[in-house]
Design a protein around this ligand. Sequence first.
Ligand code: SF4
Length: 445
Amino acid sequence: MATTTLPTPPKVGMVSLGCPKALVDSERILTKLRADGYQMSPDYAGADVVLVNTCGFLDSAKEESLEAIGEAIAENGRVIVTGCMGKEAEAIRARFPAVLAVTGPQQYEAVVGAVHDAAPPVPSPFLDLVPEGGIKLTPRHYSYVKISEGCNHRCAFCIIPSLRGDLASRRPDAILREAEKLVAAGTKELLVISQDTSAYGVDLRHGEWAWKGAPVRAHMTDLAREMGKLGAWVRLHYVYPYPHVEQVVPLMAEGLVLPYLDIPFQHASPKVLRAMKRPANDAKVLERLRGWRAIAPDIAIRSSFVVGFPGETEEDFQYLLDWLDEAQLDRVGAFRFEPVEGAAANALPDPVPEEVKEERYQRLMARCAAISTAKLAAKVGRTIDVIVDEADGDGGASGRSKADAPEIDGAVHLRDAPDARPGDILSVLVEDADEHDLFGVPVAG
Ligand code: SF4
């Protein structure tokens, strides 16, 4: 009888220090590694690589973490450090230059990526039995795909860079592999998230990796194109209007990527944008919007704005309202400025009084509601694609058009849709519209 020798899966050792949160992190990392085909090693000797999940809360905990790293290096030699002390990567590397990789707390994907690099997983047909999508917190038919962590900008109101560090992009092949698995597991919509999607791959110098026999660059355009070929809707969030965004707009016109861009403009007044230290704040943005709409006329632009940033005058605010009239954005969220502990903006002079913030907020929302109402009214009578989110089993259902991201945008309410199931994509005749939502009925596709 012919026998098949299966390749031996690599083994990972784990030393987990610190609080219950760190333990949960360790479990999550191990769950992912198990799903990727790794085995666990109970001792240093049998491990191909050792993970040390550290705690850095108190000096005594840091010392214990450093001792654990030292012991793992002495006993095994191939060590990846993660957890709270990962924030002090330089100190760790200075003391233990042999450490293979250092990642911070909650950087599950970075840890798993480092393990893949240190001890590549072996492909196994049996792995296909592992649920492809893993454990998900979103409904099965849509999934968030995080393409990078951290951010290279230093917006005055934001503390993300000090919490998460500079931009750290995932490899494009790893992202695409995850996206492919999600689609195989039933995902109909991939939502690309990061802090700055347009900057994806800058830290990897936009290098190339192999994907399905061809090179794919660590670049938003390549990633969007390849994701678009997987057969699910692809929605791009947190895109800054850099010139190269123009390259993804044709992908929208081709139908590979949804005609949707979530661009957190935050303001329009050049003076306020300078004070906010916002990226891509040049005067050409309106021109760019016009150019994108010429290529993909249905493109929906969603954005968020902050009113009452320190130093914002009535003139600045009026500039923003006029700009919104020109920009004709499809979806807008707004926030009244609030200081965040540790943010540079807290030290800026000329705070805006609370009642002025409130009044500006109300004016901005009213202006955007009027724009949204007119834009949605223009869709009445058209037939559009709708992805179903919920169905009551009694003919009623609700979903979203290509212009609506889950949780943050509007909905399409359906009547006479007894067969609708979450994840279905239906052709829907739009019968009515209000400020935020559409109302319609499925028609033969
Ligand atoms: S708000 Fe600015 S600094 Fe904060 S994550 Fe976004 S781009 Fe980066």
